[in-house]
Design a protein around this ligand. Structure first.
Ligand SMILES: Nc1ncnc2c1ncn2[C@@H]1O[C@H](COP(=O)(O)OP(=O)(O)OP(=O)(O)O)[C@@H](O)[C@H]1O
Ligand SMILES: [Mg+2]
Length: 461
């Protein structure tokens, strides 16, 4: 049994909600003002508080922070007869999990309650592991990733130059970190150079440093990254974007482990391990004469290719689990479960942006989620559209809904449009009053606050 507390100054409405929720097997208490509501929430520790916004005295919106501050913090569903953007935003900002308009649609309310309790569909829910994974820890047990881990272990034993290739977002930087951390020089710095920098002089000075006055704007001496990476690792990211003349300068550093800062005659030696990465096909670039062949061979003493996510879908669920638990920690989110259909959708998707894209999708979902369950509904329409099988099945379900489903949704629409004026609704629907009344009862629609009960038809029914 679940504890639910209804706080509404409309006694009839609170009572109707209580009866309805009790019929669903919940334990329900009611209070009729905010002060009594807060006190009851502290005393009874309900799992859910259903809170009316406009009440005599203190409003539900004002009471919301106090209710959310109670430990353990209850879920809050706000209810209101007024449709205004500002209050909705404020309520969600203050921690409400859901917001339902009066007249309350019993199914909508039931769905909200079930969703917050993560109940009913529990057999279709996948729990999220609680072990938070470090940002630098790599997840994967597919064959391909095991090979990657093996290579990382092997190169960590020496100081060889490594070229990491793979599509964008496959984890190239993470692998570079992993090599560094497993190496003897793990105690030294890990320094990143973005080789796609547009201004060549700046890239050169970034890598090799410069003397004062070496070029316009060089007001003082600057230490380059090769020097900073002494006893550590220098990571040359997006190496495929480097201009030919820079490639020539880099060749010397890679080949002889020496370089000269801009504006200087001194030769500096470096002992930094060099790791380069690119999402381009460097072999192809070499054939097209966009990349120096000699530099290419110097860089790929060891080459390590990261397969795209779509080729190692065995890792998907582990990745989702690990990323979600990390995002929960970092973003203060509370997603404890996800619907199996979310994983099915992810499995059908081809992930052009790889793990980075997966991470973004999950971050968005956590940022916008109001319950502890990540649902298919919360995913962006674009992503859902990509999950071909899922979506067409769902669409078919909608289009081929039962007569009852279609009747019910049409009835709700008409009642809302007429403000629950039974006479008008009967006229539009072309049904008698007793029939309308039966339909309202059968479909469990609750009349809004302040609406007169349909007394004349009560007797006839
Ligand atoms: N195996 C993995 N386990 C856990 N997280 C991963 C894994 N691979 C990548 N990630 C995460 O995915 C994101 C992208 O990884 P990373 O930046 O290393 O990719 P990249 O290949 O360098 O991408 P780009 O080519 O776009 O620079 C990071 O947030 C990283 O933590
Ligand atoms: Mg990268």
């Amino acid at each position: 049994m679940t504890g639910i507390l209804v706080v509404d100054d409309d006694v009839a409405c609170a009572r109707t909600l209580q009866l309805h929720l009790q019929s669903k097997g919940h334990e329900v208490d009611i209070r009729h003002d905010a002060i009594a509501g807060i006190a009851a929430a502290e005393l009874l520790q309900p799992e859910i508080v259903i809170l009316d916004i406009r009440m005599e005295g203190r409003s539900g919106l004002e009471a919301l922070p106090d209710i959310k501050a109670i430990k353990p913090s209850p879920h809050v569903i706000m209810i209101t007869a007024f449709n205004d953007m500002h209050t909705t935003i404020q309520a969600m900002q203050r921690g409400a999990e859901d917001y339902i308009h009066k007249p309350i649609d019993a199914d909508e309310l039931d769905a909200a309650v079930e969703r917050l309790l993560g109940g009913e569909r529990s057999d279709n829910l996948v729990p999220v592991g609680e072990i938070s994974v470090d940002r630098l820890q790599m997840v994967g047990r597919s064959r391909a990733m095991k090979e990657v881990f093996k290579t990382i272990g092997l190169v960590a034993r020496n100081n060889a130059t490594v070229l990491i290739t793979g599509e964008s977002g496959t984890g190239k930087e993470l692998v570079a970190h992993a090599i560094h951390n497993a190496s003897d020089n793990a105690g030294g710095p890990f320094v990143v150079v973005n080789c796609a920098a547009v201004v060549e002089t700046l890239l050169e000075s970034d890598m090799f440093g410069h003397e004062k006055g070496a070029f316009t704007g060089a007001v003082g001496r600057q230490v380059g990254k090769f020097e900073l990476a002494e006893n550590g690792t220098i990571f040359l990211d997006e190496i495929g974007e480097m201009s030919p003349s820079m490639q020539a300068k880099l060749l010397r550093a890679v080949q002889y482990k020496e370089f000269t800062p801009l504006g200087s005659r001194d030769i500096h030696k470096t002992n930094a391990r060099i790791i380069a990465a690119t999402n381009l096909d460097l072999e192809q670039s070499v054939k097209q004469k966009d990349f120096r062949e000699d530099l290419f061979f110097r860089l790929q003493v060891v080459s390590l290719h990261l397969p795209p996510l779509r080729e190692r879908m065995d890792d998907l669920e582990d990745l989702v689990q690990a990323l979600l638990s990390r995002i929960n920690t970092e973003m203060n989110g509370g997603v404890t479960h996800l619907e199996q259909s979310v994983l099915d959708c992810f499995n059908d998707y081809h992930w052009p942006g790889n793990i980075r894209e997966l991470e973004n999708v999950l971050m968005k979902s956590v940022a916008l989620s109001t319950s502890n369950v990540l649902t298919l509904e919360q995913l962006s329409p674009e992503l859902k559209n990509q999950c071909v099988g899922q979506v067409s099945a769902k669409q078919e379900q909608l289009e081929l809904g039962s007569l009852a489903e279609i009747e019910r949704s049409h009835l709700v629409k008409v009642l809302q449009a007429t403000g629950w004026h039974r006479g008008e609704a009967c006229e539009i629907l072309g049904v008698s009053r007793p029939r309308l009344r039966r339909m309202i009862r059968d479909y469990k629609l609750l009349p809004p606050q302040g609406t007169e009960p349909d007394s004349e038809t009560l007797e006839q029914d």
